[in-house]
Design a protein around this ligand. Structure first.
Ligand code: 5GP
Ligand code: MN
Length: 328
């Protein structure tokens, strides 16, 4: 095994973990495979060390993570009293406190550790280990487990693999370095099943998803002389197909894959006039900046936010800021 970034100081966190009586690991709202994979990998590692660890999130885990060991041990919704009794909370992959979806009072009197790779992270923790060089928070957990000197078990390896696979859009982003591939080699040697991951993540879509995709592609339009592409799904279409937001995961890739498009926008109506906005940029179009201007966050080339109003009003709000990042 090898450390991805040797200059990260994990020692203060290790000291906190040494003293911790009970640790609550928490993922972000509307969880993706990076946050859940990080949560599970850290859970398995800390369990191996004999720590008392619990996992609790606001929202249920996405369907694509169901093959990962212990995913059913994650509780969600109202915080059970046993979880609330934790003295240390570790947030993984959450760029801001609001992304945890908990009342701020919950964290009072607890040590909150923020482990994340979003450049836009607001450093809301008692301790913040935030490093945007990492391609996924799961890769940070890979380094942390080595510092904790726990053996990488098959369950942790599979969880980290799922995190890295999905957050790098299947190893297609510029942050996929040779070291990332060396880590993946380690994960496979430790028991991560590549085929099982591919089948569970990319080949297990509900047939109805493609009904929804038809509607989404119907909405496709190109703007800014071919440089922007737009997709949207209204709430009634989710109702019509019996699907939810997670079933449209990946739709934005269609908008991004168009030749000449520098910025892709996918908006989906989560609740009446509440729109979850997904943004993707091709270098140098920094959609992270755009998302931050609109009250959200993310990475330079993959970011998001929530906006309110009619579909048209939301698109206009985005269009107002677009010129700032659509450099000639
Ligand atoms: P996605 O479009 O896949 O939902 O999100 C892309 C990236 O932007 C992810 O890294 C995600 O964490 C981040 N992101 C999405 N929505 C929000 C948001 O409302 N606030 C913040 N801070 N980050 C977001
Ligand atoms: Mn991530």
């Amino acid at each position: 095994m090898s450390i991805l970034y040797a200059d990260v100081d994990w020692q203060p966190l290790i000291d906190v973990l040494d003293q911790a009586k009970q640790i609550h690991i928490i993922a972000h709202v509307c969880p993706d495979a990076d946050t859940i994979g990080s949560q599970l990998a850290l859970y398995h590692g800390l369990k191996c060390m004999g720590k008392k660890v619990l996992m609790h999130n606001r929202d249920t885990s996405p369907y694509l993570c169901r093959y990962l060991a212990a995913v059913n041990d994650i509780t969600y919704g109202e915080i059970p009293a046993i979880v609330a009794a934790s003295d240390v909370v570790i947030a993984v992959d959450a760029g801001s406190l609001s992304r945890l979806g908990m009342e701020t009072a919950y964290f009072e009197g607890k040590t909150l550790i923020n482990i994340d790779h979003h450049a836009s992270n607001t450093c809301y923790g008692t301790m913040n280990i935030v490093d945007a060089r990492y391609c996924a928070t799961g890769a940070m957990i890979y380094d942390l487990l080595q510092h904790l000197k726990v053996d990488l078990c098959a369950a942790s390896a599979a969880a980290i693999y799922a995190a890295v696979l999905t957050d790098t859009a299947s190893f297609r982003l510029a942050n996929v370095t040779a070291s990332v591939h060396r880590m993946v080699a380690d994960l496979i040697e430790a028991g991560a099943d590549v085929q099982k991951a591919a089948q569970s993540i990319y080949q297990s879509h509900k047939a109805a998803r493609f009904e929804l995709l038809k509607y989404a592609l119907d909405s496709l339009h190109i703007g800014d002389h071919g440089r922007t592409s737009w997709l949207s799904v209204r709430r009634d279409l989710y109702q019509k197909t019996g699907l939810s937001g997670e079933d449209s995961e990946g739709f934005i890739d269609y908008a991004r894959s168009i030749e000449g498009v520098d910025v892709a926008v996918f908006i989906r109506e989560e609740d009446e006039q509440v729109w979850k906005v997904s943004l993707r940029g091709k270098p140098p179009c920094n959609v992270g900046y755009l998302a931050e201007k609109l009250g959200g966050g993310g990475h330079q080339y993959a970011a998001g936010c929530t906006l309110y109003g009619t579909e048209h009003a939301v698109q206009e709000e985005i269009k107002r800021i677009l010129p700032d990042i659509l450099t000639p």
